[in-house]
Ligand binder design. Structure first.
Ligand code: PBG
Length: 329
């Protein structure tokens, strides 16, 4: 049926009908708030390239987490900034390390808020790579896949022992989901889900995060382990392998430049799908908004809706708390 029998504008003439025919809904339930934590007390240090985001100490983190829980956001994901970095990132599995302290503080303050922890070596290594760096036979330095798995396991176990509700490996080593799953099961931690950063691209959009987490690679880049932005089919293989290895939730990262990957993943797999609206996506909108060039609130709600429409069930976003507030109005 075409015009004049069909007039698509009929369903747009009023807020009530627009609400009735809306295909995609955005709610606080869909959001996860990323947070940065370092040692100390009373710390609330704004990250220059991420206005409105902070490095917290465990005490101030717990207060902020409480406000996030009150806003209706179900979970936070924690990134730790250690006091001490070395070649293998040993603070990452220390039971007195920054993440166990942070989890403890949040758990004392919040009732139901889920604490997800990012499991990766890059914040903890002095070279800033996501694993153990070794000399290859040809003399080139490279991250050793299989040696890194053991360290990721130790880190994941330390987080769960401290009370993490979900662990989220973001290193992009092959086989890490299976290795962590087996280790958790052997340690009687079989009920803890794994959120896998399955299709994580070697993206320039992580720049502000690396300032926030103080984790830029000191040489080279991450392209020998993170995915090539040009590849889409390969992302489906990454996701498929992670599901076979036991991932409970899979993730695509970044979100906005990879909406096609989110859609493909949604069409190919039935597992819960997350997408990470990363630091560079945040910084761009903030910068434009501070210049008065765009309306931040409307752009953010449109962006988060687009990520959901592309097929993500869960969106990790630095706007989680604020967006939950806007959605409640
Ligand atoms: C690695 C990690 C990174 C991000 C999340 N986990 C950085 C990287 O891979 O270099 C980026 C998140 C963001 O940019 O918001 N631990």
């Amino acid at each position: 049926m075409s015009f004049p029998v069909t007039r698509l504008r009929r369903n747009r003439r009023g807020d009530a009908i627009r609400r009735m025919v809306r295909e995609t809904r955005l709610a606080a339930d869909d959001l996860v708030m990323p947070m940065f934590v370092r040692h100390g007390q009373g710390v609330k240090h704004e990250i220059p390239s991420m206005p409105g985001q902070f490095q917290f100490s465990p005490d101030t983190l717990a207060e902020e987490a409480y406000a996030i829980e009150q806003a209706g956001v179900p979970a936070v994901i924690l990134f730790g900034i250690p006091d001490f970095k070395d070649a293998v990132g040993s603070e990452s599995w220390d039971e007195e390390g920054i993440i166990p302290k942070a989890i403890d503080a949040v758990k004392r303050r919040c009732r139901d808020l889920y604490v997800i922890t990012d499991v990766c070596m890059c914040e903890y290594t002095d070279h800033g790579h996501c694993g153990v760096v070794k000399n290859r036979r040809d003399g080139i330095l490279d991250v050793d896949n299989d040696d890194t798995l053991d360290l990721l396991i130790r880190q994941a176990i330390a987080h769960v022992r401290a009370g993490a509700d979900i662990v989220a490996p973001s290193d992009m080593m092959d086989g890490r989901v299976g290795a962590i799953r087996r280790a958790l099961d052997d340690a009687r931690m079989a009920d803890v889900p794994i959120l896998a950063y399955s299709a994580k691209y070697a993206s320039s959009f992580y720049g502000p995060f690396r300032d926030a987490a103080e984790s830029p690679p000191q040489f080279g880049d991450r392209s020998s382990y993170q995915m090539d932005p040009a590849n889409a089919r390969e992302a489906m293989r990454e996701i498929e392998l992670d599901i076979e290895e036991g991932a409970d939730i899979v993730m695509v990262k970044p979100a906005l430049p990879y909406l096609d990957i989110i859609r493909m993943a949604r069409d190919c797999f039935d597992v819960p799908l997350a997408a990470y609206n990363v630091s560079g996506e945040y910084a761009m909108v903030k910068a434009a908004a501070q210049n008065g060039w765009i309306d931040e609130r409307r752009v953010v709600l449109e962006t988060l809706t687009a990520i959901r429409r592309a097929g993500a069930d869960i969106v990790l976003t630095y706007w989680a708390r604020e967006a939950a507030g806007w959605l409640a109005e």
